[in-house]
Write a protein that binds this ligand. Sequence first.
Ligand SMILES: CC(C)(COP(=O)(O)OP(=O)(O)OC[C@H]1O[C@@H](n2cnc3c(N)ncnc32)[C@H](O)[C@@H]1OP(=O)(O)O)[C@@H](O)C(=O)NCCC(=O)NCCS
Length: 326
Amino acid sequence: MGEAIHVRMYRDEDLPAVLNLLRASLGESPLLQRTAELFQWKHIDNPFGRSVMLVAEVDDTVVGLRTFMQWQLDYGADIIRCGRAVDTATHPGYVRRGIFRRLTMEALDVARDIGIQLIFNTPNERSRAGYLTMGWSDVGPVRVLVRPHPTRLLRGGHKQFPNLDELVPMATPFESDSRLAAEIADWGLADGSNHRGLRTPRSTSYLRWRFAGHPTARYGAVVRSAGTAVLRANLRKGRSELVISDALGPNPTEAIRSAVRISKADYDVAVFPPGSPGRRAARGAGMLTVPGIAALRLVARPVDVLEIDVLNTKSWRLALSDVELL
Ligand SMILES: CC(C)(COP(=O)(O)OP(=O)(O)OC[C@H]1O[C@@H](n2cnc3c(N)ncnc32)[C@H](O)[C@@H]1OP(=O)(O)O)[C@@H](O)C(=O)NCCC(=O)NCCS
């Protein structure tokens, strides 16, 4: 067990070994298959740029992976270049030997060299402990808004993954809606709020990649005159879930209200920051914050000196589409 660990940049020919490592270490679910297409979408085709990717080898076998997706967050007129710490894995036979630590510290140097100013992520419990020993700080919980449909929740659970068409028959596929594309271009980056806060700029190229181009998750839209709700279906613990992934445009009230009214899911779920039009719309549609429930915890690590207090949860304005990559 004393073999030398060699760290180097990821090369395209590492892909099969890296996918096997991700499967062995993180597992797979019906919604999250570790396919080459998903890896390509996430780490190569991303409009913010190719990910920083490092691997660890023992005897020419890949036993560790560390990736930072390149990202951008706006804060008012300021643009912050970010990395998203995702897809970190150490082969189960090589854990607790410092591989995650070494890969992460070396990846931070690469990130700094290419101008990344801030790393953020929502780690699981296992890796979170490690991040907190490497200069990351806890920003806080990502609070969800939920609307249960009690009569449906009382019915038995589901086994099959639901289609969005079943949950919201009126939703149009994100990719084929040309009116949506035109409206997004018109709405530009605005979310109709005067608050400043860290959020992904919703450029047309970003939205196309994020929602229309996703290789595994199918997104739909409910489009109304001043706003659009971006939706996907999910199955969680035998319950069908309507995920309101994003709200676009200056006033998504009608779009979100229609989606929730029509929803045939067991419950609907969303994340919108306080004071945002999406939050107002979700509350107006009967969605509630559930105290104590936070599916995710946000952590961050400045790589550069930043004037924004990135460790204060009030500096962030995230929707579900900003934190998850499904
Ligand atoms: C989490 C994971 C990446 C850690 O990899 P690793 O190479 O074993 O980690 P390291 O040996 O570099 O540990 C670095 C620090 O992380 C923390 N850590 C690692 N594994 C931990 C665990 N199981 N429980 C608590 N803390 C842990 C410790 O602080 C550790 O430092 P220490 O050993 O000096 O106490 C690895 O267990 C793994 O691949 N897990 C499955 C995939 C996964 O969960 N990835 C995270 C996705 S967000």
